[in-house]
Structures are given as structure tokens and as C-alpha cells.
Write a protein that binds this ligand. Sequence first.
Ligand code: SF4
Ligand code: SF4
Length: 379
Amino acid sequence: MQYRTMDKLDFHPSIFGVGLMRLPTDGTRPGIKFELSTPLIHKAIDMGVNYFDTAYVYHDGVSEVALGKALKARPGDREKIKIATKLPIRKGGNPKVWEDVLDESLTRMGIDCVDFYLLHGLDGEKFDMCKDEALPFLDKMVQKGKIRYPSFSFHDDAAAFRRIIDSYDWCMAQVQFNLLDTFNQATLEGIRYAGKKNIPVVVMEPLRGGALARHVPEQVQALYDAFPVKRSPVEWAFRYVYNQPEVKVILSGIGTLQELEQNVDIFSRSAPGAMTPQELELIDQVRQAYESLAPIGCTGCRYCEPGCPMNIAIPDIFRGYDTAHIIGTPERFANTYERFIKDDRNAGKCIGCGHCEGVCPQHLPIIRHLGKLAEQFEK
Ligand code: SF4
Ligand code: SF4
């Protein structure tokens, strides 16, 4: 196993962190098969993994229970690992509710103190909603000895990420990052920004929800095949993420012993800054090949958004549609689109004023695209 350094915390995490959101189940919810999850967790610890990531909500709350059962079965293991879990941030939450949730997490895992405690899935809006109470709450929980390292996980754009990073003395930031998200979400630049501020970065979704392993378009495979060094698409995807020195842990969910062993094998070859210019060029080409499958071609720059009189979520609708096609799951976009209708920010609200098309640097026919999407998804 390879280890990195979180200087600020004097901790050397294994570059491979086990995500406990995809444990073996019997097919029902939550349905975790403890007789399989316990040995899997023990095996990961024996193979050198010292970072485990769960959340109050994973597997309907039973992911934390599964970790607790594994720790109870081998009492010495608690001292060998660091645990990250997450506090759901919902409207109406307050410090009393949050402390009850934290206490429940501690009870489920059978521990007195959680190492990394994350505000779960922050975006700019959620952060504004909770920050005045949530940041002092984290400080108080540290003082009470219930948590060690206040942290957050994140899903939004680079501007929101920087704003959150600058607002508190965070111990860690967990972000979605992979070769397709170099310029999305927190972005590579955002990760480097966190690194400059000495905030360790933990990466989730290194394979974009498995899509980079499952859906390898012909043109992408041809690029990998033509490269002199042969690696699987999964290894290329991980390699790109662990090439970034700011990334201290890469989370990957494990459901079977085979997946665990494959991951440990791939991560044993990890090294920051080890990719050659030719390899980085290959990754650029692969990203472009994926992007070429996007039907709309929106870059997500958001120039169009502020001036829309109907407050339509133009970039999010377009990026969602493009991404669904890039990763080979176009059928799932209908579900995603429900959110835009619910928020009253859907394509069908467009009045054709033309403001957006006047500012779009890609000169996209936005009104026409919105019309087609409204026709397809709003009937
Ligand atoms: S044309 Fe439609 S989407 Fe564009 S700014 Fe006007 S109302 Fe908004
Ligand atoms: S301005 Fe154009 S490219 Fe930028 S987010 Fe809007 S539609 Fe996409």
C-alpha cells in the first residue's frame, strides 16, 4: 500500500480509502450482508487501508452499523484506522438536531470520537444556509471530543468551492474528481487551491460513478490501445487522480474481495506527479473524445445564467444532458430533469428573449435546445 501525508494532521493515509456506500447486500434495502462486509473490512485493514469513509445516510444508515460490527469483532482495529462520516445538512437543521445525529453515528459505529466529520454534500446555497450555526457547531464538537477533524464534502462549482475553502479552518475537503471533471465541480484548479492552503483533498467518484470503467466508447478505447504503455481504462482513470499531489486519499467503494484486491494492486503503483507529458496528453485526448459525445456541447461557463428573466437552470440542464450521453446513461436524464421542473427552473419556461444566446461564448442555439428538451421531458 502507498501512503501520503496530511502534514496539517500528522497523518499518513493510505492513498486508497475504502468507501462504505457499496457494501455487499442481499438485493433489498438496506440489506447489508454483515457476514460478508465484516471480513471485507478486516481484509482491507490487513492489506494496509487505514481510511474508511461512510455517512449517516449510506445504506439507509446501516453502513455505519456495518463498520461498527467489523470494529467490534476485532477490537484492535479501531486504533489502526481513521473514520470519516458525514452530517446531512437539511433545511430546518440546528445544532441540537445535528448533535443528536452525530451521537447516533457514534453509537452505530460503537466509537467515542469520529476522526473526520464532514458537512455532507455542501454547495454554495447549503453552505450559506448553515454556516452561521454549523461552523461553531463543528468547533464545539471538537471541544467536546466527539470529532477530531472538521471537514466537508462538496458538489458545486469552483467559485463555490473557493468560497467555502476560504470561510473556515477546514481539516479536509472531499470532492468529486476524475478525468472528466478536470474543469467541472471543484475542478483541478480548485484542488490545487486547497493544496496551496494546506487543506488535504480526498477524492470521491474517481471513476465517475463507475462510468469510466463500464462505458468505454470505441474512440476512447482506440486511444488507449494506440498508446505504447498498456493499462486498463480503470487504471488510467485512477492514475490520473493519484498523479495530483494535493490528493491524499482516493475513495473507491468495494463490494467484493476481488474488487478490493484489484484496487490494492492498482494503487500499489500510485505516485504523485509520475505521469509523463505523453500520458497527460493521452488523458486530454481521452477527455476530448468523451466530450465529443455531448449532444449540446455546453461548457458550463454559466455566462448565460444570471441574466435569464425566467431563472432557467440553463448550464445545469445542458451539462446534465451532455453528461448523461458522455457516460452512456441517457435514459437516466429524465429522472435528473424532474429536479428542474420541481424547482420551477425548467426549459419549458423559456420566453425566447434571446439574452442567453447573446452572451454564450460557444454561440449555442440555446433557445432551440431548450425547446427540444421541453418537448422531450415535459410532456
Ligand atoms: S431566451 Fe429563454 S433561456 Fe434565454 S435568457 Fe431568455 S428566457 Fe432565459
Ligand atoms: S453560456 Fe453557453 S456554454 Fe456557457 S453555460 Fe450557458 S449555454 Fe453553456
